[in-house]
Design a protein around this ligand. Structure first.
Ligand code: CAA
Length: 254
């Protein structure tokens, strides 16, 4: 069982591969994801991170139920805090992240996907927050990130019923950005990654920061931060190159 990180042409790929349990996450898997994310954050050469599940059937089938089954309340809280902190490092990545979802994204699997910036799903993907069926609640950010992403009505429908939702239903709720034919998932995710990698890393990082901070502040505070970060862009060589290239009618070298 392992999490592998490969880096190619500014694009990092993190594959969660635990075939015996549909890629469910125990402590070791979570810590391996954290190591991979820390490595990406330290490497300024990386412009996009793609998260995917090994095999063909599952993105991630959630937290490991056998591992959680005998936890005490204190251990449960510690476990949720570990998952939350690992997933927060993903949402705080300097570079944009994409979840490539080819199959089951259940519980912690949906929570991992929504910690990423963008989600591309195969038509065979399926989503759920089935925790209430296990007598628990989502613990890796689901009650908070899902509500912010798809609104309280949709989030409550998913979390309070625990039911599974198809890729098309997820698209209609705004849970995923795109649904593509199963055999075109890799191709589409790679094309998106290349397009993100060709943008201004500084612009993308500051835009992410403005959006993420704005989600946690008032409109006025968010607008103030946006203006400050907008100003900061003008201290970067990427702004000079981007605008000069436009005026010279050529492609920018970002
Ligand atoms: N934890 C541990 N083992 C899991 C698992 C999980 N989340 N999901 C699947 N597995 C294991 C099964 O126990 C089974 O192992 P054995 O072969 O040793 O019996 C193996 O994977 C195959 O699973 P199934 O036989 O059930 O295969 P299936 O095709 O009939 O169903 C499935 C696949 C729909 C993914 C089903 O296994 C399932 O519903 N899994 C549980 C999903 C779930 O409830 N996830 C939420 C966990 S709670 C959580 O994530 C909390 C949080 O917020 C952090």
């Amino acid at each position: 069982m392992s999490v592998t990180l490969s880096i190619d042409h500014h694009i990092a790929r993190i594959v969660i591969d635990r075939p015996e349990a549909f890629n469910a996450m125990n402590e070791s898997i979570l810590l391996q994801i954290k190591d991979a994310v820390d490595t990406i954050q330290k490497n300024e050469d990386i412009r996009v991170a793609i998260f995917m599940g090994g095999g063909t059937k599952s993105f991630v089938a959630g937290a490991d139920i056998s591992y959680m089954s005998s936890m005490t309340p204190l251990e449960g809280e510690k476990w949720a805090k570990l998952g939350q902190s690992v997933f927060s490092t993903i949402s705080e990545l300097r570079c944009p992240s994409i979840a490539a979802i080819q199959g089951y994204a259940l519980g912690g699997g949906t929570e991992l996907a929504i910690a990423c910036d963008l989600r591309i799903a195969s038509e065979k993907a399926c989503f759920a927050q089935p925790e209430v069926k296990l007598g628990i609640i989502p613990g890796f950010g689901g009650t908070q990130r899902l509500t912010r992403l798809i609104g309280p009505g949709n989030a409550k429908q998913m979390i309070l019923t625990g039911n599974q939702f198809s890729a098309q239903q997820a698209l209609a709720m705004g849970l995923v950005n795109e649904v593509v034919p199963h055999d075109q998932l890799t191709e589409r995710v790679d094309a998106l990654a290349l397009s993100l990698a060709s943008g201004s890393p500084n612009g993308i990082r500051l835009a992410k920061e403005a959006i993420e901070h704005g989600l946690q502040s008032s409109l006025n505070e968010g607008l103030q931060l946006e203006a400050a970060l907008f100003g900061l862009c003008f201290a970067s060589p990427e702004q000079r190159e981007g605008m000069t290239a436009f005026l010279e009618k050529r492609k920018p070298k970002l």
